[in-house]
Design a binder for this molecule. Structure first.
Ligand SMILES: Cc1cc2nc3c(=O)[nH]c(=O)nc-3n(C[C@H](O)[C@H](O)[C@H](O)COP(=O)(O)O)c2cc1C
Ligand code: SF4
Ligand code: SF4
Length: 272
């Protein structure tokens, strides 16, 4: 009997939804869920063997998101089959799947299936609004079913390799040009894009504090540690009172041009 491990880093919740839908197509196995959002969860070590299957998902920004070093460093496998999932906001996912493949291999996994799925853009939820929608969910479940059949059939090899889809994207802004020129650097949002404010709508429920991946929020002082903040947009999207707002003019401009450039509906991409 195989054991299923469902692992995700999902600041605003879309990746978690996709990963869990894929996992639902692996029936009848004991399931362990590992949410790597908090700093405490990433201080632990997780080891997997031959009788395990790992389904792993992470958000992207043209590459794997900040903290990918830390996230993969706590996962250790010994030939364990791996189903890798990324989500992106209908723009481009660049080298994220290639990066995931090489990081998973380096940690001892055998990648059996990879998928890139469009989700609403966490920095501007009007972009790719409502996604993953019902068409996406059908493809996500089909991906899960095929990955499960492949792994249970003993085939842990990836027969189609992910492509780098950076060149298909021509938004022409500085941030993307920088990422393209520095593919080996971990993704880091420029400090100028991290400016945020907590408004009087805050009821001090603590949701943002509990879910900040890097413990950057002081809710009593209503301040953010911009050195620590990675700009994941989780606090903004999870706040039940919409009390956290981005005050960065640079972000507003980036998202305006991103919105103009991403009007064409992109579809999920599967490598299996
Ligand atoms: C700082 C930041 C940068 C992003 N960059 C991109 C990008 O370059 N291309 C893209 O398509 N989506 C981009 N996104 C959108 C996310 O990849 C997408 O919304 C993802 O589904 C969020 O996952 P989550 O809901 O699990 O946090 C970015 C999001 C953030 C917060
Ligand atoms: S999640 Fe929103 S309401 Fe709750 S403490 Fe944070 S800012 Fe305040
Ligand atoms: S403070 Fe920064 S790192 Fe923390 S949840 Fe908000 S955007 Fe993410």
């Amino acid at each position: 009997m195989k054991r299923l491990h469902v692992i995700y880093f999902s600041p605003s919740g879309s990746t978690e939804k996709v990963v869990k839908a894929v996992a639902s197509e692996f029936p009848g196995m004991p399931v362990e869920t590992i949410n790597l959002l908090t700093s405490a969860s990433r201080k632990k070590s997780y080891t997997f063997g031959h009788d395990d299957i790992v389904i792993f998902g992470m958000m992207t920004a043209g590459k794997l998101f900040t903290l990918s070093d830390e996230i993969f460093a706590c996962l250790h496998a010994d030939g364990t089959p791996f189903v890798g999932i990324i989500t992106f906001g209908n723009g481009y996912y660049g080298i994220a799947l290639n990066e995931m493949l090489s990081r998973a291999k380096a940690q001892g996994f055998k990648a059996a299936a990879l998928g890139a799925f469009v989700s609403r853009h966490s920095m501007d939820t009007a972009i790719a609004e409502g996604r993953p929608d019902s068409d996406d969910m059908k493809k996500i479940h089909e991906f899960g079913k095929n990955a499960c059949a492949k792994i249970l059939g003993g085939d842990y090899e990836l027969h189609t390799l992910p492509v780098t889809n950076w060149s298909s994207w021509d938004m022409g802004n500085k941030v993307i040009a920088y990422r393209e020129e520095h593919p080996d650097e971990a993704y880091a949002l420029p400090s100028s894009c991290k400016a945020k404010e907590i408004t009087d709508a805050c009821i001090k429920c603590g949701t943002c504090v509990r879910n900040c991946p890097v413990d950057a929020i002081d809710i009593d002082a209503k301040t953010f540690d911009t050195e620590k903040c990675i700009g994941c947009w989780g606090c903004i999207n999870r706040c039940p009172k919409h009390a956290i707002i981005s005050t960065s003019k640079e972000v507003a401009e980036i998202m305006r041009s991103f919105g103009e450039a991403s009007t064409k509906r992109l579809e999920p991409e599967i490598f299996i």
